[in-house]
Ligand binder design. Structure first.
Ligand code: G3I
Length: 394
């Protein structure tokens, strides 16, 4: 199966679509319609957007994945299809095929879509990574990219796409600006410029700054402790697991807050903050507390990439129980906050989660639906929580 997927990844989406529609007539995503399942129904009644990150290949090739994606969520985020390197692989060349398939599928199933992501340092094409651009040239490239991508979806999918992660992961664990091509060549104002261009391109779209939390999960490049001292001996994979929910004590969170305040002071159209919530810790932050600075700024917040993995190995009921608590605690923070209306898990089910690939096969099974496509304890916990928050009469 893995070999097949790798092979398929190198084939264009259109070729896949033709191949699939020949062998399986239900495979045209724009007409794949599914009845709402229990979790989606409960999310609708709680008036919460409950979503999944989806990838094009399994959506085309795996009927169980398609069924689950189409029935148990009310919003979708393209996991990779709208990232710069995929959507804009060469200067002047745009490929919207993957993003459009996902948007068509969302529309067919009455779902919304969250765009992800316009300006990031990963999954950039070679022509950006290796380009020797001046500040003005890179600003012009950024403007064209944002205008073209948002222009495409504004024109064709304004009924589906409601929000977008404009800038992703621009702040390092110590609170400084992350060293990226955007930061190096354009400078500090690249974030404000990206939001300005996005707002010009699509004034009605909700625009988010999206980042992961360094209070409980430190990624491979997070080489600083919370006090700013280097943590170079940290093992590759998962870093220190420190539970803190006070934003002012977490350098990255404090920097996100300062960034939001600066953007708003400049009149930039920032709508909200995405807290990714890749939670690699048995303990779970109190998101209501961690985010309590957001609402007073007039902003919204969302859990944009929720997942929490288990160590690789046989299916682990004990880990799944902890995972259920973690999902539930994080989701409760959102449901109880008037400023949060969206919870997206980073994948559809455990078959396709990014965790094993990213952690050299140390972690897996991070989602609320298992490798058998069935709900896990985390899904049951969310269901109970959504029921508790059902809006009367809905
Ligand atoms: O498309 C190529 C394919 O041509 C090639 O054959 C194959 C070989 O490995 O790789 C394919 O690209 C991979 C791509 O996912 C699509 O599967 C990349 O190597 C791989 O690095 C990429 O990983 C994605 C990662 O972002 C990139 O940094 C993950 O799927 C995706 O889940 C992950 O998502 C990010 C969010 O965007 C931002 N927040 C963190 C989150 C997790 O890292």
């Amino acid at each position: 199966m893995k070999g097949l997927l790798l092979h398929l990844a190198s084939v264009s989406v259109m070729a896949l679509l033709v191949a699939c529609s020949n062998s399986d007539p239900v495979n045209t995503l724009s007409t794949s319609k599914f009845e709402a399942g229990p979790l989606r129904t409960a999310a609708d009644r709680a008036q919460i957007r409950w979503g999944a990150a989806v990838s094009v290949n399994p959506l085309l090739m795996d009927a169980q994945y398609r069924q689950l994606a189409g029935s148990e969520f009310n919003t979708l985020t393209p996991e990779n299809a709208l990232k710069f390197g995929i959507v804009h692989p060469e200067p002047g060349v745009y490929d919207f095929s993957g993003g459009d398939l996902i948007a068509d599928f969302a529309r067919a199933n009455g779902m919304k879509m969250r765009g992800h992501t316009l300006i990031w340092h990963q999954q950039l094409p070679e022509w950006i990574n290796n380009g020797q651009f001046t500040r003005d040239e890179l600003i012009a490239i950024m403007r064209e990219h944002i205008y073209t991508v948002l222009g495409h979806y504004r024109e064709r999918y304004a009924d589906v796409v409601i929000e977008w992660d404009v800038v992703n992961e621009a702040i390092a664990a110590d609170g400084s600006r992350r060293d990226t091509v955007w930061q190096r060549v354009i400078g500090d104002d690249y974030i404000a410029l990206a939001f300005q261009f996005a707002h010009e391109a699509w004034p009605e779209l909700a625009l988010y700054y999206n980042d992961f939390e360094d209070n409980q999960f430190m990624l491979l490049d997070s080489t600083f402790n919370l006090d700013g001292t280097p943590a170079l001996d940290r093992p590759k994979g998962i870093g220190a697991s420190v539970l803190l929910s006070d934003c002012s004590l977490i350098p990255k969170c404090a920097a996100m807050r300062s960034l939001a305040e600066e953007l708003l002071a400049q009149g930039i159209a920032l709508s909200g903050i995405g807290f990714q919530a890749h939670i690699a810790s048995a303990a779970s932050a109190d998101y209501a507390k961690l985010t309590e600075w957001v609402e007073p700024l007039g902003l919204k917040w969302a859990l944009t990439e929720l997942d929490t993995p288990c160590p690789v190995g046989p299916l682990d009921a004990a880990c799944f129980a902890v995972q259920a608590n973690t999902f539930s605690a994080a989701a409760r923070g959102c449901l109880e906050s008037p400023a949060c209306d969206t919870i997206v898990q980073w994948g559809v089910n455990d078959t396709y989660s990014w965790w094993p690939g990213f952690t050299f096969d140390l972690f897996e099974d991070a989602l609320a639906f298992g490798r058998d496509y069935q709900p896990k304890p985390a899904a049951d916990a969310l269901l109970a929580l959504f029921h508790q928050h059902a809006i009367p009469g809905d």
